[in-house]
Ligand binder design. Structure first.
Ligand code: PLP
Length: 354
């Protein structure tokens, strides 16, 4: 670091993304990407004439994509804001609504702490229950901005819509941000329909996980139109052309290919249940998941060691050193072949550790 950086930048601990190794081919189960390719209909939308038009700026309002997203979810175009991945959406939210303070679970998406530091939002960590579920009553009358990933990052556990509604009812004077990165892998927990009844909810969504577009960097916010106005102020004070032309087209056509979306999501959910059974057969403790990953542990090898041993065998999973989940590894749901490679590697490892 240089002598020129501000004190704040010197002090900041940035987000550390999961490894994207280039040294060899791994079975890559560490960053919750979708194992299935981007929808072919989306890929086909990128014609030569589209690429040639890149001499022009992208549409700052993302009009065609906003329309498709609004229609798909049954909301108005004035309720939608497209972002460069949902990380950017979250950054806008912390900037717009964070200075009064933010609160979120002690085990959740690591980026919330980074944004809180970066945008000077006093942060409170609220403990999850022993079984990693969220006690919704701990968020009632929060008097600050509530941020909840639902299903939650790292644990995969989800609150029901009625629990979220209780949080909304008990926080009329502050914003509740629901990060829905994994919502399509859960059961009936999408909060988008609630934006019509509650003026204090911001639903943050992404194309990265369930829509196989992590590299396209597309996220979107759905909220009451006044909140969208606030968030647009942040956007236009930072980067008016925040979404590039190619990704906009990819996302627009991906959302139109509902058949592929439903097929791949249901396949991932089925594979998840098979993986959970396989792990339990090997005496792993598995946290029931509504996401595209599972958290699992064994009392034979600690989480950090298991991560290392799997990596040696060419299987990449995620390990977190946070006290409450350090015994676990987080496994992204892959293809059947990838899940077999994982189980085979675990069988070999467990033979040594009986
Ligand atoms: C993956 C993830 C994101 C970020 O997704 P992008 O849209 O790729 O920026 C946000 N929140 C949670 C909880 C995630 O797991």
């Amino acid at each position: 670091m240089s002598k020129f950086a501000t004190a704040k930048i010197n002090a900041i601990a940035p987000y550390v993304p999961g490894e994207q190794p280039r040294d060899k081919r791994y079975v890559k189960l560490n960053t919750n990407e979708n194992p299935y390719y981007t929808a072919q209909k989306a890929v086909n939308a990128i014609s030569e004439s589209v690429v040639k038009s890149l001499n022009r700026y992208s549409d700052p309002e993302c009009k065609p994509l906003v329309k498709v997203v609004a229609d798909y979810y049954g909301v108005g175009e004035e309720n939608v804001l497209i972002t460069n991945g949902s990380d950017e959406a979250l950054a806008f939210c912390f900037q717009a609504y964070g200075s009064c303070g933010v609160c979120y679970p002690d085990v959740t998406y690591g980026f919330y702490d980074v944004f809180a530091n970066m945008y000077d939002c006093p942060a409170e960590h609220i403990a999850l229950n022993e079984d990693f579920s969220v006690d919704e009553t701990k968020y009632f009358a929060a008097k600050k901005t509530v941020v909840l990933a639902n299903p939650n990052a790292q644990t995969g556990k989800a609150l029901s819509l009625s629990q979220i509604e209780q949080i909304l009812i008990n926080n009329r004077e502050n914003i509740v941000i629901i990060d829905q990165a994994y919502v399509d892998f859960g059961e009936n927990c999408n909060v988008i329909p609630l934006i019509k009844r509650y003026k204090n909810i911001v639903a943050v969504n992404t194309f990265s996980k369930s829509r196989s577009l992590a590299g396209g960097r597309i996220g979107f916010i759905v909220a009451d139109k006044e909140l969208i106005c606030d968030l647009n102020k942040v956007k236009y004070s930072f980067h008016p052309y925040n979404v590039n032309t190619l990704s906009m087209l990819l996302a627009k056509n991906a959302i139109k290919d509902d058949e592929y979306f439903l097929l791949t999501v249901s396949k991932i959910k089925k594979t998840r249940e098979e993986l959970c059974r396989g792990l339990k057969d090997m005496n792993f403790e598995v946290v029931p998941s509504s996401a595209n990953f599972v958290l699992a542990k064994t009392d034979k090898v600690d989480g950090g060691k298991l991560y290392e041993l799997l990596k040696e065998k060419g299987v990449l999973v995620r390990h977190f050193s946070d006290e409450r989940i350090k015994d676990y590894i987080r496994i992204t749901i892959g293809t059947d072949g990838e899940m077999k490679a994982l189980i085979d590697a675990l069988v070999e490892i467990m033979e040594e550790y009986q």
